[in-house]
Design a protein around this ligand. Structure first.
Ligand code: GLC
Length: 627
């Protein structure tokens, strides 16, 4: 890319707005579609899993003062937004995704004043803070749920309570209202002897689903959201937000329940049917999200929203994130995280193909090309580590190279990139080999369900599945240094870390990477800087090259003439991204090669995972070394 395209500080923000929206210098948009806060289109988000980030009080769990103490590290990395996984009061059945008080901090993490301090200190460094919003369900210990156990209480209908199946003794096997299974094992229905009825929970039995059909419940959620925004937070990541509207029949009944005319779906080998198809992207989802927008976000500025979106197709994503529809700014789609396992279960790992990654990411890119906006991620607290999953950890060299190549591949797409803690160091999977090393209730429950109860797989095979896919892979303590507990907690702390530290802390840690120009960390710094300084990287159109090639992932980014018109540096320029996403040398494929033409030497190289001479030489001869 000719070199004058690169610096655009004054024009980057306007051009970065999604769907061609334009902003004035203050970052406020004058977009025709009414998109009022496009700053996030040019931002890089960093996800913190507070439990595993930094412990300061020696209890073996990370805490808010720990996050505050590491803000300089995050500012140095260069990210713009911190998303905190839940720190609210919680019995911690699902590590805080089971909230018992939305307006308080769990003592394990600190206090509300610790939160205020974190906000103030982050804001001082120009970092925004986004909280996790978990409102598909609460904890069963939340006051709303406790009240709803009394059928006379005004909260009686805030959850999905249903009587036992007709002709069955309540609380006995087979008396559950329908055949739905929970994502965390067992039936999705739990009997409460106090109320004499069952409640529905898609996740653990300590995470009852809220009944979004109830308008008073919804108003209570909006009031809580407003309370947090008024306190100074900068937005929300919304947990499984696309599950809040359930498909019900004309009488408001759930599938398979009572005299409902809808079936709950086929029963699988483990004895349950999957609630997914009838609980994802339900008929009132848009209405609820629009109502939330009106009640919470209208009239506010400078915030961002991102929804976790199981079951949402790229086409629906385009609708939900189109600013004209006043729903959410971005969604996390999961299609690309499904290409390495069988359709029935994520534990049955299969080899993945680069062309499938191109197809799934490409569908998303194309769907939001005109309206809406994408979020870009490989890692989060529910996914195994990307470098173990999509990269190559067989040698230190390949691990470092593949961590960089994967970062480049993802962050150069059009959308807002998300980095999960430790990803910027190339942290790997946990390497657990025994069930007792796991802490995650999903991993443990499903091991027992599949191996001991249903007997659908052997223990050995399930352990292999967990080693590859368990959520605990990404939840081991952040590797700050090579100390006994990797600097996550003090060496002589009264309690050990809540989950084992990865022994590779000696090779992979922040202390050794921050000052090393060849480290994964330094590469991320340059990548983030590039995103901030190059208009094409944040806003340009995305066009895939060589879709059938199984080794090289290549695409171009360019601004269409009407968008580039106001930005003279961008006119007629193209940015080319070429990644050998394999562990073998690769030939640069035809379409990519043609674009390079004779200019490989003349074009400007903005960023490379290889040494500079090697990059130019590789492009000239059309051969790329691994990763
Ligand atoms: C989301 C969260 C996950 C949690 C689940 C239930 O998928 O990311 O960690 O277990 O929702 O809240």
């Amino acid at each position: 890319v000719p070199d004058q395209v690169r610096t655009n500080a004054p024009v980057a923000a306007p051009a970065a707005a999604p769907s061609g929206a334009s902003s004035d210098a203050s970052g406020e948009s004058s977009a025709p579609q009414g998109n009022h806060n496009p700053w996030w289109a040019n931002a890089v988000v960093y996800q913190i899993y507070p439990r595993s980030f930094q412990d300061t009080n020696g209890d073996g769990c990370g805490d808010l003062p720990g996050i505050t103490s590491r803000l300089d590290y995050l500012a140095d990395l260069g990210v713009d937004v911190l998303w905190l996984s839940p720190v609210y009061k919680s019995p911690q059945d699902d590590n805080g995704y089971d909230i018992s008080d939305y307006q308080d901090i769990d003592p394990m993490f600190g206090t509300l004043s610790d939160m205020d301090r974190l906000l103030a200190e982050a804001h001082q460094r120009g970092l925004k803070v986004v909280m996790d919003l978990v409102v598909n369900h609460t904890s069963d210990e939340h006051a709303w749920f406790q009240a709803s156990r009394d059928p006379q209480d005004p909260h009686a209908d805030w959850y999905w309570w249903r009587p036992a199946k007709e002709g069955h003794e309540p609380g006995t096997p087979g008396a559950e209202p329908n055949s739905w299974g929970s994502y965390f094992g067992g039936s999705a229905w739990e009997y409460d002897p106090q109320r004499g009825e069952y409640y529905f929970h898609q996740f653990s039995k300590k995470q009852p689903d809220l009944n979004w059909e109830n308008p008073r419940m919804r108003q209570a959620v909006y009031a809580m959201m407003n309370w947090w925004l008024d306190r100074g937070i900068d937005g929300f990541r919304m947990d499984v937000i696309t599950l809040i509207s359930k498909h019900v029949d004309a009488d408001g009944e759930l599938p398979g329940v009572g005299r409902s005319t809808m079936s709950a779906g086929p029963v699988g080998p483990e004895g349950y049917s999957n609630p997914g198809p009838l609980c994802q992207d339900g008929p009132r989802l848009d209405e609820f999200l629009q109502e939330m927008h009106r009640e919470v976000f209208d009239g506010r500025h400078g915030y961002m929203t991102v929804g976790e979106a199981p079951g949402i197709s790229p086409v629906r994503d385009e609708f939900i994130t189109n600013p004209a529809n006043h729903e959410l700014d971005m969604l996390f789609l999961f299609e690309h995280t499904d290409i390495d396992h069988g359709p029935e279960s994520k534990w049955d790992v299969v080899p993945w193909k680069l062309t499938d990654l191109k197809k799934t990411l490409g569908r998303h890119q194309r769907a939001v090309a005109q309206a809406g906006w994408a979020s870009l991620f490989f890692d989060n607290h529910d996914q195994p580590r990307s470098v173990s999953r999509w990269g190559d950890t067989s040698t230190d060299r390949l691990r470092v190279l593949s961590a960089k190549a994967l970062a480049l591949l993802m962050h150069m797409h059009r959308g807002t990139p998300y980095i999960y803690q430790g990803e910027e160091l190339g942290m790997t999977n946990a390497g657990f080999t025994r069930l007792d090393q796991y802490r995650d209730l999903e991993s443990i429950n499903l091991y027992h369900q599949r191996v001991d109860q249903a007997g659908v797989v052997s223990g050995e095979r399930m352990l292999a599945g967990l080693a590859a896919m368990s959520r605990d892979n990404s939840r081991t303590p952040m590797q700050w240094d090579d100390g006994k507990y990797a600097g996550f907690t003090a060496e002589y702390a009264p309690r050990e870390p809540w989950i084992p530290v990865n022994p590779n802390k000696d090779q992979i840690n922040a202390a050794s990477q921050v000052r090393d120009p060849d480290s994964v960390f330094s590469f991320y710094q340059r990548l983030i800087e590039l995103r901030h300084s190059d208009v094409l990287v944040s806003a340009g159109e995305w066009d895939l090259l060589d879709p059938e090639d199984e080794q090289v992932y290549a695409f171009t980014r360019s601004l269409p003439a009407e968008q580039a018109a106001g930005i003279k540096e961008a006119e007629g320029h193209k940015l080319l991204v070429v990644v050998n996403a394999s562990s073998r040398p690769a030939k640069v494929p035809a379409q990519t090669r043609a674009l390079l033409g004779g200019h490989a030497g003349a074009d400007q190289i903005l960023l490379s995972t290889y040494k500079e001479e090697e990059t130019t030489a590789s492009l000239l001869i059309g051969k790329l070394s691994p990763w």
